[in-house]
Design a protein around this ligand. Structure first.
Ligand code: GLN
Length: 427
């Protein structure tokens, strides 16, 4: 079978044949872009990539760099230090607006230029080149290939960077930027000049969608940092059309003036499109339309979440034991259903089997809920046996991504001391 995914992407590109808007001209080199380019790539969290159109054409990342550099700044300095210098409120202003919070002097968020310049300055490195190199290493790790800087775009943008220079000097006057403003703008401009394709951007977005982890299992961002970045993208990623975007498309996103636009559906997919003509907000015109269509066709809106599986657990009787067969990934709502099933067991010493053979993942809250349920069944007098071949209860991930052993999290109850009754349960 030929997967319908690719056909769908072609259909999608065909649906935005008409284009409007202007290629960015305030950076001379960007004005040279072919305005008719159109490409799309969709990356799944397990590493599959679907692409159509101009998917191998390189363009500069521009403002799509901002969320990734913000993540690096937090990793380098800690969230509190970053929040002290950069707020997380949508500004309702254009991306290059010279606006700082009246009270605190902080740029309103890291997605507008003022905040992005401040975030760049917080990345460790002695000078522009050193910071840009670390940033390039990070983007390459996310993209899964070695990226490079488009030196022609960099020179062109730096030679016309008066406005960003003004922002950086202003940030220094209010104490929100250490170091030499010209050096910071130089490094920030290098960061914006990294050359990418939609395939690269889709993969980078898929890492954000996966809580900071690449398909190969490389945990690039701490899950808490990743969440911070996605939240800011959701509220501020589309500048002064952020509200419009969140209601009509409804996923964290980021645009760049070279025509790139990425969207992240947490837990599901990373998407990137490229079309250089921009709307008055500086967002790709056809890019926005493509996302609106995908939202409609694929049901991507964050506020219309998929309901959790109803059939997460079922109860069978086997050899005089009540077997709770549980299936699927477990989060709060699924764990609540499992507990509901446990709660129906009458008090007594009848054996209960908790069969997690079909569960490969549980988040920390689901794991703790299950352990507490098991502890209570035990307290009620049941002989509880656990089938946990994937180690879901013993090594589930916590929010910080580190492994916590069962004993630590729930006060002395040791699931490992129960015999593995996999064979008995299936006999
Ligand atoms: N490098 C561009 C700038 O600083 C990025 C702006 C953008 O992509 N919106 O103006």
């Amino acid at each position: 079978m030929r997967t319908p995914m690719i056909d769908y992407l072609h259909l999608l590109l065909g649906s935005v044949a008409e284009d409007a808007g202007e290629v960015a001209s305030y950076i001379p080199e960007l004005e040279l872009a072919d305005p008719d380019r159109l490409g799309i790539a969709v990356a799944t969290l397990d590493g599959e990539m679907y692409a159509a159109g101009d998917a191998d054409v390189e363009f500069t990342i521009q403002s799509i760099s901002k969320p990734f550099t913000y993540a690096l700044a937090i990793a380098d300095q800690g969230l509190d230090a970053v929040l002290e210098r950069i707020d997380v409120e949508p500004s309702g202003d254009a991306f290059n607006e010279i606006s700082l919070d009246r009270g605190t002097g902080r740029p309103r968020n890291p997605m507008i230029n003022a905040g992005a310049i401040a975030a760049h300055a917080l990345v460790r490195g002695d000078d522009a080149e050193a910071r840009a190199e670390r940033i390039l290493d990070l983007y390459s790790r996310l993209a899964g290939r070695r990226l490079s800087i488009a030196e022609d775009v960099f020179e062109s943008e730096l030679s016309t960077a008066d406005r960003n220079m003004a922002l950086a000097y202003m940030l220094r006057t209010v104490g929100k930027l250490r170091g030499d403003p010209a050096d910071v703008v130089r490094g920030y401009t290098r960061q914006c000049s990294v050359s990418v394709t939609v395939r690269d951007l889709a993969r980078m977005s898929a890492v954000l969608a996966a809580g900071g982890r690449t398909p190969e299992g490389d945990q690039v961002f701490d899950p808490a940092v990743n969440r911070q970045v996605l939240s800011v993208m959701a509220t501020c990623g589309m500048y002064n059309s952020a509200g419009d975007w969140l209601t009509s498309v409804g996923i964290p996103a980021k645009s760049g003036v070279a025509g790139g636009l990425v969207g992240v559906l947490p837990g599901q997919v990373g998407i990137a499109v490229f079309s250089p003509r921009l709307d008055p907000h500086g967002n790709s015109t056809r890019g926005v339309r493509l996302f609106e269509r995908m939202n409609h066709d694929l049901g991507l809106h964050l506020m219309a979440p998929a309901e959790s599986a109803r059939s997460v657990s079922r109860r069978l009787e086997r050899d005089g034991a009540a077997v709770h067969e549980i299936a699927g990934d477990l989060h709060f709502t699924e764990a609540e259903r499992v507990l509901r099933g446990f709660a129906l067991e009458p008090v007594g010493d009848a054996p209960v089997v908790v069969d997690l053979d079909r569960v490969h993942r549980a988040n920390d809250i689901a794991r703790r809920m299950l352990l507490e349920g098991i502890r209570r069944l035990h307290e009620d007098g049941h002989d509880v046996r656990i089938v946990d071949p994937w180690g879901v209860l013993g090594s589930a991930e916590t929010g910080s991504g580190e492994l916590v052993r069962g004993e630590q999290a729930h006060g002395g109850y040791v699931p490992a001391s129960f015999p593995d009754v996999a064979s008995a349960a299936r006999a």
